[in-house]
Design a protein around this ligand. Structure first.
Ligand code: NIG
Ligand code: FE
Length: 436
């Protein structure tokens, strides 16, 4: 059976295809078939062959349409919260001090180990739905709060189960080298050996799409990170890195040596680190949520990254310790206000460049003929409006793989504008004719 052909018209579309500002299409229309975009352009250019074969006709009443957002850095699977640490930090304790005193990541590891797999899934599902309610159609989920083979496998399985339960593309990243668990206290090298030992089995079980590490004073050294990357590379797995978040460990240069998909955080990256990322085509994933929440003052070198041509992506970095937000739109606003990205850079950072940071096919993160029909219908005239406002809920419809999934995230479709009408004999509706 051929899948139905849908027309989405009367839209103002940011495609992010090519280098034209926003890839903007005024008075736009899109034809989808199954999971793919068949055609996109200005309504008056719609080829007759398509207008004759439309099964469903959606009038978007002038709403703004963008590609689905891609949250390329999340730690979505965990139990417990760290609100008490938030209070301690407000009283003067630092993130590093709390971590060294056994709190921080280790506190979340204890809570996560104590939860069952089903409980972890039940906790992660509403987080994923919250992201989707702001237009997210693809996410990365990192492990890293299990830190034993069985507990890491459990977190990675939860990531896989999220993709089965929700109309969401999910990429799972093995972050065994996130922190040294208590049973390896003082034996970080032994723990890295263990991580390297688990990796082939986790990969063989089909649980791993990429491998990450936390290269930091309170994480792992560059030398330890290298060992993790060597095993990942031997298995054919792409790598990425939490690099230069709190200090310059020259992690970015190391990651670039392994052709990393992305280096993330980067507040303390050096000029040499930027140059090596540019040479390897590694994406810089900036995480203003963590910068804001930890009250950091060292800004990532956005101008240097731009000048070197390093693609910049953004993500929520959702996690209970340093970025407990589930709002990609707020992150885009912060990227502009705190890091001085332009609104268009913020959007490209959450779409086309985020897709690249995850190694997704080129059909993700853009809207053009042949791309995946993941898109968002917004209550806005232009995507810049969505970055400028914050703390609001402007999504009207979420379309994943060509299907309106708004009701699957617990939101009733807000149909102020959109209407679907079966096109009976395949003829364009009266409104559509008027638009022509
Ligand atoms: O991306 N930097 C390491 N990982 C997380 C924080 C994890 C935590 O504090 O639980 C991050 O910010
Ligand atoms: Fe992170």
């Amino acid at each position: 059976m051929t899948s139905s052909i849908k027309l989405w018209r009367n839209a103002r579309i940011a495609t992010f295809c090519g280098i034209e500002p926003w890839g903007w299409i005024e008075n736009g229309a899109m034809v989808t078939q199954g999971e793919a975009v068949l055609w996109i352009g200005q309504t008056h250019n719609l080829p007759a062959e398509y207008s004759a074969s439309i099964d469903q006709d959606h009038d978007l009443a002038g709403a703004c349409v963008t590609p689905g957002l891609i949250d390329c850095h999340t730690h979505l699977v965990y139990a417990g919260n760290r609100a008490r640490e938030f209070e301690l930090r407000l009283q003067g304790a630092t993130y590093e001090q709390i971590s060294r005193a056994g709190g921080g990541i280790r506190a979340t590891v204890a809570a996560t180990r104590a939860a069952s797999e089903d409980e972890l899934l039940a906790l992660a599902l509403p987080r994923a739905r919250a992201l989707m309610s702001e237009g997210v159609t693809a996410i990365e989920v990192k492990s890293g709060y299990g830190l034993s083979e069985a507990d890491e496998a459990r977190s990675l399985r939860v990531a896989r189960r999220l993709a089965q339960q929700l109309p969401l593309t999910v990429r799972s990243t093995f972050l065994g080298a996130h922190a040294v668990p208590p049973e390896f206290d003082g034996r970080a090298d032994d723990y890295v050996n263990a991580v390297c030992d688990w990796m082939p089995r986790l990969h063989a079980a089909g649980l791993v799409d990429a491998v990450d590490a936390f290269c930091e004073r309170i994480g792992f050294t560059a030398q330890q990170t290298r060992r993790v990357f060597e095993v990942a590379t031997a298995l054919g797995l792409p790598v990425k890195l939490h690099a230069e978040q709190l200090s310059d460990q020259q992690g970015a240069a190391l990651a670039a040596e392994f052709n990393a998909l992305s280096c993330d955080h980067l507040e303390y990256i050096s000029d040499a680190g930027v140059a090596s990322m540019a040479a390897s085509g590694t994406v810089a994933v900036l995480l203003p949520g963590a910068y804001y929440f930890l009250r950091e003052t060292q800004l990532p070198p956005v101008a240097a990254l731009r000048a070197a041509g390093v693609p910049i992506a953004l993500a929520t970095d959702h996690n209970p310790g340093s970025s407990p937000t589930l709002s990609p739109l707020l992150i885009m606003n912060m990227a502009c206000t705190l890091f001085r990205l332009t609104p268009e850079e913020a959007w490209r950072g959450f779409t086309v460049n985020a897709s690249r940071a995850l190694g997704l096919p080129k059909t993700y993160g853009v809207l053009c003929a042949g791309s995946r029909a993941d898109f968002v219908v917004w209550d806005a005239d232009h995507p810049r409006d969505l970055v400028y406002r914050f703390g609001h809920h402007p999504m009207q419809h979420l379309i994943a793989g060509g299907v309106d999934v708004t009701d699957r995230i617990g939101l009733a479709p807000r149909s102020k504008t959109a209407s679907a009408s079966p096109s009976g004999n395949g003829a364009p509706s009266a409104i559509f004719k008027a638009a022509l």
